[in-house]
Design a binder for this molecule. Structure first.
Ligand code: NAI
Length: 286
């Protein structure tokens, strides 16, 4: 039987989540997506109207099939956690069962088990503010959406995961080195995500025999990255300073994720894997 993957954090065809879905589909996996509730309508409409058909083409010429798209808001674990104003919000009221626990239950009902869990989402409402100007609310919101969301997904999906399964998240070098402009506590959120990758690799490895890794990806002009405002500068910096002087494609990150999710990586867990043209290895720019 082919593997089944649930990829959280796909709402268009520009980001890392989409590229990971494609690489996994090319390797024969069945693809389930978790899409942020406010972005669900436009994503499904675009899918249906064929807007993504060109980017659905796999190396063998066939189109990536998306088995099912689930609405998801990874900052809420259970229905009890959802505040009244969010419940009443038009965009949320139009969908149901989108808390992490409910999505896991729906996937279990629909498909029974999964083999691969991908977390490709982040949100920091104050990302454009320096850390020194970040509010407590903004900081905690960044960690809730970008770090705890992975713990929550793993907690509720691990019981559905077949032994030998793998989980992958996406992180950024700002966790360990100063990247001016990556603010709002997002650098802290990525540091937490990387530390949690190690602790969760131990806990989920022992309890469920699944692997937990994170990919530290180089800069990509995704929707989320454009919102930060400095992505073109980071891409230029990498082109100039990285050991490999080429633009990083989302597909290169997708392929690394497919490797990490496969039995080829069966002894790799608790790792931060750099897929960044080697930029992380530089000490100074040249
Ligand atoms: P993206 O915009 O394609 O993906 C982010 C996704 O998160 C979006 O689909 C958004 O709808 C979703 N999202 C936000 N809040 C959510 C919530 N509460 N519940 C569910 N979904 C939610 O952008 P990108 O850049 O591909 O981001 C994917 C991951 O890659 C993120 O973790 C990001 O930090 C990481 N990354 C991105 C880099 C870049 O240069 N683009 C570099 C290194 C890491």
């Amino acid at each position: 039987r082919g593997k089944r993957a649930f990829i959280a954090g796909v709402a268009d065809d520009n980001g890392y989540g989409w590229a990971i879905a494609k690489s996994l589909a090319a390797a024969g996996a069945e693809i389930l997506l978790g899409t942020w509730v406010p972005a669900l309508n436009i994503f499904e409409t675009s899918l249906r109207r064929g807007k993504f058909d060109e980017s659905r083409v796999l190396p063998d010429g066939s189109l990536m099939e998306i088995k099912k798209v689930y609405p998801l808001d990874a900052v809420y674990d259970t229905p009890e956690d959802v505040p009244e104003d969010v419940k009443a919000n038009k965009r949320y009221a139009g969908s149901s069962n989108w808390t992490v626990k409910e999505v896991a239950e729906s996937v279990k009902q629909d498909f029974g088990t999964i083999d691969i869990l991908v977390h490709s989402l982040a949100n920091g409402p104050e990302v454009t503010k320096p850390l020194l100007e970040t509010s407590r609310y903004g900081y905690l919101a960044a960690v809730s959406a970008s770090s705890y969301s992975f713990i929550s997904l793993l907690k509720y999906f691990a019981p559905l995961m077949n032994p030998g399964g793998a989980t992958i998240s996406l992180t950024y070098i700002a966790s360990e080195s100063i990247i001016p402009g990556y603010g709002g506590g997002m650098s802290s959120a990525k540091a937490a995500l990387e530390s949690d990758t190690r602790v969760l690799a131990f806990e989920a490895g022992r309890k469920h025999r699944i692997r937990v890794n994170t990919i530290s990806a180089g800069p990509l002009r995704s929707r989320a990255a454009k919102a930060i405002g400095f992505i073109d500068m980071m891409i230029d910096y990498s082109l100039e300073n990285a050991p490999l002087q080429k633009e990083l494609s989302a597909e290169e990150v997708g392929n690394a994720a497919a490797f990490l999710a496969s039995p080829l990586a069966s002894a790799i867990t608790g790792a931060v894997v750099y897929v960044d043209n080697g930029l992380n290895a530089m000490g100074v720019g040249v």
